[in-house]
Design a protein around this ligand. Structure first.
Ligand code: HEC
Ligand code: HEC
Length: 437
């Protein structure tokens, strides 16, 4: 009944196929384009006067000349660097040059990740230096904050969604509960976290100037990237660090890899239900136990959002920014609807990975379900009320024993030892030497 996954399936599912990633990116851009049509129109208006100049024949000739010159220069540079990499000498010399080039490439990401780790814990990445990534993604709390709803910037601006773990996050095809960033946009997601008023509220130029005033960072960026610190390099380093955060030493993954005794008999019965009668793996499939799609389940709304003024302020500002005209009267998180403004997307959220779900209570986009048993009972009752509810969310008729088996299986989804890292001591600011740029 239970089909064991092969190692190859595990490996291939951990990395979404380029096709899935491309589909998600295209979808997302289509949605964003839809939303930003008005903005684009305004931009085009501004650009029109520029176009008039560019269209004049004299300007065109000069531009053409410049493009040809730039092309020739790039081509000759490419030939020069290719010949120096492969060399013209004896075979041995060529191999040596290639090998050292490859080695450098391999060691580079590792060090970027170390720089990213230091940045992840550094509160100076937020406007008032109160909030680091690790303030909300706390390593000891399975890289979540353990709260139903995030406390937001400075831990007092109050956000309206639950903080997901960042373990395995880099492998997801879509990010955030409403899937607003696609895999190809990982750096944009990180930039959003640093810049957004409700997360870290830091201006990008201020960030770069802060980094330059910390000699250790200044030197590290110089050494790793061969040039000085930039916003993009900060994002790249953080992304490289997140890519190192994966589930490890994990009962379910060990079972999937062939160790029969890794799961208890109750958990095994739960797995059979998960993949069989309870229908969970229809959406929580693949090795991340997520299909990366968005569905409405009818999770009840968390009323704190509408009763706590600061949280409601964040909620209103967020949806106003997305052009949701009814943001004032809205009393439900619309999820994907904010991105597409299509009524059929209201209340849809991304299927989360379940690989660390044993450690990441409370659950769902708004932390409304406190325990894994609450989650299983919610599904067993056929989910909640939503006009767009997926047809697979229907009463399951599970017995008490079956509910506890399914819970036992979900409890096996989590690393035995949480991947944690030593928190680096942040290097202090120091005045820059006069004359240094
Ligand atoms: C104030 C709390 C807070 C801070 C600070 C914060 N995050 Fe988050 N993070 C969240 C919340 C809440 C979400 C979910 C947002 C949503 O879905 O609307 C999230 C989502 C994410 C995700 C997506 C995970 C997934 O499965 O989709 C990643 C990756 C992430 N954060 C990384 C970071 C990094 C890197 C930093 C530091 C630059 C950071 N976060 C700082 C609260 C925070
Ligand atoms: C139609 C697709 C679908 C099916 C079927 C489904 N889920 Fe889900 N699951 C989701 C989505 C989407 C969410 C997030 C919903 C939200 O936050 O509003 C979710 C959330 C969860 C969560 C919370 C994870 C977290 O980090 O907060 C758990 C646990 C879970 N599902 C377990 C199950 C189990 C057990 C079953 C079978 C009884 C199941 N799911 C069936 C799509 C599905």
């Amino acid at each position: 009944m239970t089909r064991r996954k092969t190692t190859r399936e595990i490996a291939s599912a951990l990395v979404p196929s380029p096709r899935t990633m491309q589909r998600h990116t295209t979808n997302l851009y289509a949605k964003i384009n839809l939303r930003n049509r008005a903005e684009a129109a305004a931009f085009a208006l501004k650009g029109r006067s520029m176009l008039k100049i560019v269209r004049s024949p004299a300007v065109n000739r000069v531009l053409f000349g410049l493009v040809v010159a730039a092309g020739l220069l790039t081509a000759s540079l490419a030939i020069l660097s290719a010949t120096s990499l492969y060399g013209y000498g004896a075979d041995g010399a060529v191999r040596h040059k290639l090998a050292s080039a490859l080695n450098n490439q391999e060691s580079l990401p590792q060090s970027k990740a170390e720089l990213g780790r230091a940045l992840f814990f550094d509160r100076r990445l937020s406007g008032d230096a109160s909030t680091s990534c690790s303030t909300c993604h706390v390593p000891e709390l399975a890289w979540t904050d353990g709260e139903a709803l995030s406390k937001g910037y400075s831990r007092n601006t109050l956000y309206f969604r639950n903080t997901p773990t960042v373990i395995n996050a880099a492998k997801m095809p879509l990010f955030d509960w409403d899937g607003r960033f696609a895999a190809g946009d990982f750096n944009t997601l990180i930039r959003d976290h640093i810049a957004e008023a409700h997360f870290m509220n830091l201006d990008g130029r201020l960030l770069v100037e802060r980094m330059k005033q910390i000699p250790e960072y200044d030197a590290a960026f110089g050494e790793l990237f061969g040039s000085e610190v930039s916003y993009g390099k900060v994002l790249g380093s953080l992304a490289a660090f997140l890519e190192t955060l994966n589930s490890q030493d994990h009962p379910y993954l060990e079972y999937a890899a062939g160790n029969d005794s890794a799961l208890s008999s109750k958990a095994l019965s739960g797995l059979a239900l998960f993949e069989g009668n309870a229908g969970c793996s229809q959406c929580h499939g693949g090795e991340l136990l997520s299909d990366g799609e968005l569905y409405a389940l009818g999770v009840p709304d968390n009323q704190d959002i509408f009763q706590e003024p600061l949280r409601h302020i964040t909620f209103r500002r967020f949806f106003r920014g997305f052009g949701v005209s009814e943001y004032v009267t809205m009393r439900s998180d619309p999820g994907l609807y904010a991105l597409t403004l299509r009524e059929t997307d209201r209340g849809k959220f991304r299927t989360p990975s379940l690989l660390e779900v044993a450690h990441t209570a409370p659950y769902m986009h708004n932390g409304e379900l406190a325990s894994l048993e609450d989650v299983v009972r919610f599904y067993n009752d056929g989910g909640g009320a939503n006009p767009n509810k997926d047809s697979r969310i229907r009463p399951l008729g599970l017995s008490g024993d079956e509910i506890s088996d399914l819970v036992a299986f979900l409890e096996s989804l989590g690393s035995r030892d949480m991947p944690t890292v030593d928190e680096p001591a942040p290097p202090p600011y120091q005045p820059r030497t006069l004359g240094a740029n």
